[in-house]
Ligand binder design. Structure first.
Ligand SMILES: [Zn+2]
Length: 288
């Protein structure tokens, strides 16, 4: 049986009221925030920020907003330990900060409709039947570092979530939460609901062209110096491409700009962030 962490309360998802204009909403928001922070040792925040280089360069206002979002995330989502996983409060804060980064400029409402983040100690094998688009039933026994279920929980391997401390383009927390954002418009397909002023055609064009290019190069240049820098897992499907590009966007934004500037531009408009302006360039590991 998964166990809930004592510091975390399970309460219903509730969209925040318009806290900018409404004094009651402002009071309500302040009270919610105070309650959310009440169970968290304030000393954990600077430690967790310091451990996560993908948060470098956030200005003090953005750090404060991210900290508040992460506290609310921990209050409204149940982090459940399963299969012998062990996580202390600092680990939970690090997971919440990573999970909240994609919605820093969108708001927690984008994660409404689901409640649990299940933490396994390591990679896991779901070993369940899958029916593919041709109606063929097969057993999915691929080891996984995470999963996001439509209308259901997010599952994370703790060992992989902790690898988010490296800025290497791999971040399972952002990957699975990107799937959750994608699922706001139905089954994950790499096309989340876009903001007013964004163009569905431009999104489809930028992502479609880049996905085709990645599939072609991943196939043709596997194991050579011309192999794409983006994780080849992105070639699995347009949904995985969006999730992997989101990892790159927040971890190695300059690499994503070099590879697929159109995708970077669409993600900057979607996430309303521009990580390339706040993060130092890191050269990704090239294939041997
Ligand atoms: Zn995925």
């Amino acid at each position: 049986m998964p166990g809930a962490l004592p510091m975390l309360n399970r309460i219903k998802d509730k969209p925040l009221l318009d806290a900018v204009n409404n004094p009651i909403a402002r009071w309500w928001r302040a009270r919610s925030l105070a309650r959310a922070h009440a169970g968290i040792d304030p000393a954990l925040w600077p430690q967790a920020f310091g451990a996560l280089p993908l948060l470098d360069g956030l200005d003090p206002g953005a750090r404060r907003r991210l900290r508040d979002l992460a506290a609310l995330f921990l209050q409204r989502k149940a982090l459940e330990l399963s299969r012998g996983a062990r996580a202390d409060a600092r680990t939970c804060v690090e997971i919440a900060l990573q999970a909240s980064l994609p919605i820093l400029e969108l708001g927690l409402d984008w994660y409404r409709g689901w409640h649990a983040v299940i933490l396994y100690p390591d990679e896991f094998v779901p070993a369940r039947e899958v029916i593919d688009e041709d109606g063929i039933v097969w057993i999915d026994d691929e080891p996984k570092s995470g999963e996001a279920w439509e209308h259901g929980p997010v599952i994370l391997s703790l060992a992989d979530a902790m690898a988010g401390r490296e800025r290497d383009g791999y971040n399972v927390v952002i990957h699975e939460l990107a799937h959750k954002l994608d699922m706001r418009s139905g089954a994950a397909n790499g096309h989340p609901p876009l903001h007013a002023g964004m163009s569905h055609e431009r999104w489809a064009q930028a992502f479609g062209d880049a996905y085709d290019d990645l599939c072609r190069r991943a196939d043709r240049f596997a194991g050579t110096a011309h192999e794409p820098l983006l994780d080849p897992y992105a070639a699995e499907s347009p949904a995985e491409f969006f999730a992997v590009c989101s990892e790159a966007f927040f971890e190695l934004p300059h690499m994503l700009i070099d590879e697929y500037p159109g995708v970077y531009g669409q993600l900057a408009a979607f996430y309303r962030q521009d990580p390339a302006t706040r993060l130092a360039r890191v050269e990704p590991d090239l294939p041997a």
